[in-house]
Design a protein. Sequence first.
Length: 122
Amino acid sequence: MKKLSILLIPIFFSVFSMAAWAAEDLEIVNGEHWKTSSLEQKRAFLYGVGNVLEIEEAMAGDNYEAMRGRSIVPVLLEGLSGTSIADMVTQLDQFFAKHPEQSKRSVIGVLYTEMAKPNLKK
């Protein structure tokens, strides 16, 4: 048992330090990041968001309707439905160009409040 503990200690500290490192580098993408990103990076970000939304919808299954009011997933999926990645990039570029004072605002927040919510069917 003692030998096992001695062997696990370096593994524990290795995993713990990697988790701490990852948490330090985790940032919410905001307007400053957006404005300095390449077109490919912007597209990749939006594809990633889209993939997460699709996964969340699939995982909700029959409980999708229960997500309303508790999750941003239905708002983003329905409010951005039919909007191309190219159009999202253009709209986000325009938003941050017109509102430089909001450069610290998260990109996902702009997607939600400025682009998806206004397109929801009431």
